[in-house]
Design a protein around this ligand. Structure first.
Ligand code: 6PG
Length: 252
């Protein structure tokens, strides 16, 4: 296990988004130089909005990224059509993809309009396996996976108590979020933990408890799902704003 983990505490969510954009740009430029393309999975929810807007302006502003050789994936999606207000794809379209020249064929969204979420998950897994020419038993390695975390410690659509947390074969699976009464499609831990680099962006005082539980093991016995994200041969970076980090005893 040669995971490298770092925690960075930024003064506020705007600084966190700027730092996230600089990391994204650095990974994109390095991977395109090295491998000729950059593969990244975007996160859902609201936190990534500011990051996307920073990326759309260029990093630093005016300095575009290698979008024409970038492939976009998603870590999870709600079981709604792509034009639904709750769609993570729609949020990314509005805040980033409508503003940068990523070729349409490089946007690999989760087909969340399928009648059954399980069918969408199976189809997306096939998309990933085909794109990465994955060998059986070896999950594909994305260059970068962006993740958020909920106040309950969930990440992607891996929620506390979910059977998806125990999934070790499938790369993408469908689950029901009991408290929301909704279906979700999510990358599973084997796929997440195969990534070259994972960056969490977590902001706001409401998440301070979950951050402490995830990073310092405080609170209930079961580690929150976000604590199970540990890229075996990769780099894990937690970007926190001061409010989300306030509960940490040892932020190093
Ligand atoms: C989603 C995300 C989810 C999100 C957290 C944090 O589909 O909602 O994948 O894991 O990252 O719920 O959401 P906020 O950024 O809105 O706080």
């Amino acid at each position: 296990m040669t995971m490298k983990r770092s925690i960075e505490i930024l003064p506020d969510t705007e600084a966190m988004a700027r730092r996230g954009a600089r990391i994204f740009a650095g990974e994109a430029r390095q991977r395109v130089r090295k491998a000729g393309l950059f593969t990244v999975a975007l996160a859902g929810g609201s936190t990534p909005r500011r990051l996307h807007e920073q990326l759309a302006r260029g990093v630093p502003p005016g300095e575009t990224l290698p979008w024409r050789t970038t492939h976009i994936f998603w870590g999870d999606e709600r079981h709604v059509p792509p034009d639904h207000p709750e769609s993570n794809y729609r949020m990314a379209l509005e805040t980033l993809l409508d503003h940068v020249p990523v070729p349409q064929a490089h946007v690999h969204r989760i087909p969340s309009e399928r009648r059954r979420a399980a069918d969408a998950a199976a189809e997306y897994e096939e998309t990933l396996r085909a794109f990465f020419k994955a060998e059986p038993g070896r999950p594909p390695r994305l260059d970068l996976i962006l993740l958020g975390m909920g106040e309950d410690g969930h990440t992607a659509s891996l929620f506390p108590g979910s059977s998806l947390l125990a999934e070790r074969e499938r790369l993408v699976a469908a689950g029901t979020v009991a408290k929301l009464g909704t279906r979700r499609i999510s990358m599973t831990l084997p796929l997440l933990n195969a990534a070259r680099r994972i960056v969490f962006l977590v902001g706001g005082s409401g998440k301070a408890g979950a951050v402490r539980a995830a990073l310092e093991g405080a609170g209930s016995s079961d580690p929150p799902p976000a604590a199970l994200v540990a890229p075996e041969e990769g780099e894990l970076t937690w970007l926190l704003d001061a409010a989300a980090a306030a509960g940490l005893k040892d932020p190093s």
